[in-house]
Design a protein around this ligand. Sequence first.
Ligand code: C5P
Length: 425
Amino acid sequence: MTRLNIVVGITGGIAAYKAVGVVRALVLAGHDVHVVPTEGALRFVGRPTLEAISRNPVHTELYEGVAEVRHVAIGQAADLIVIAPATANSIAKLAAGLADDLLGNTVLASLAPVVIAPAMHTEMWQHPATQANIATLRSRGVTIVGPAVGQLTGADSGPGRMEEPDEIVRAALRRAATGHEPIAASAVPGDLADRHVVVTAGGTREPLDPVRFLGNRSSGKQGIAIAEAARARGARVTLIAANLEVAEPEGCDIRSVSTALELQQAVTDAARGADVVVMAAAVADYRPANVSEAKIKKDQSDDGLTLELVRNPDILAGLGHAPHDGTVLVGFAAETEADDERLLALGRAKREAKGADLLVVNRVGWNEGFASDENHVVVIGPDGSVVTRAHGTKLSVAHDILDVVVSVTTTAARAATTTKESDPA
Ligand code: C5P
């Protein structure tokens, strides 16, 4: 393994305490870690802690170490820069290229890949200013990890929580391994260039108690293949990742969720203004009515255990029945039905019931569908007819599905132009 020189920038948010976990994991993985906290970060976590964990001196002052030109030396020597947490303020400063502290100078003086883990309240994350800054950073090749959806500092919960340290470390090392070239979505030509594609992948988990959950066998492979294919065709991709069993794709904005309600919140947030939403995740239809705070014990008697379940919202139907002009909605139906005609009939009924534009039907069973690298699907179109049948690797099936998506968006755009042209006003 190559020993990397890694700068960990820490900015002033409550999640700064979790950055210690990021530093620790990178040091334990054998890397040389230099922590550059902002003044704000030092209000949340002390310099001695950071020095002890990183095993290196910690600097913050721009005007310290002038003789060794420290304000550029740290950045020039870095192989990778990880900023966790990245507050809304620090993201704005990075987007503007400000250099009023050591961290800002370090980033500007460096050619190394930059990975940031945003952490802030939901309103701040969703603010158009923050979203515009994130888009700017992404177009410069900065990798954005998270934020996750979950409990925030106060009583509120939603997107904005810093991704878990292990996940940040994994994403950062993967980014370092892919080299220094910026991944600029707009630089990739393709028929989905400048489109925002949201993909859900994986399977939700509904907790019963602190150690158990109700889940499903979805690995996330087909959803990830769709995200990768969309990315390769030039789209900006948001991947809502539910308990994936395989590695996340490069170059996507990844939001990690676990339960159906978390997935609903993340999709609703990401789908606003999106061009395409592909609901490939297997979402639990029910969740336990009560989640036990303690591990559920075996009863003394031999009686079974009865679980009370309540319905989860149907997320796709929620999106499908709300106005969604300009957004192509793609649903999935994984069915165990053996008969082809009946399988198609189920798919048609599902597309209609959920208000999806396209519905991808595939057969699943004990040995079919889930963990496999191949898939066999039928895509049902807006008028209920079969628009395509695809068979092959999950990546080739993903491209076949996107071919249909592109033709639907092109037809819709053409229809809109024709209506405008023939409008007597
Ligand atoms: O009804 P069924 O679970 O078969 O529908 C599958 C499709 O609906 C998938 O696209 C899945 O992502 C979506 N779904 C949903 N919310 C649920 C259940 C499924 O959005 N509660």
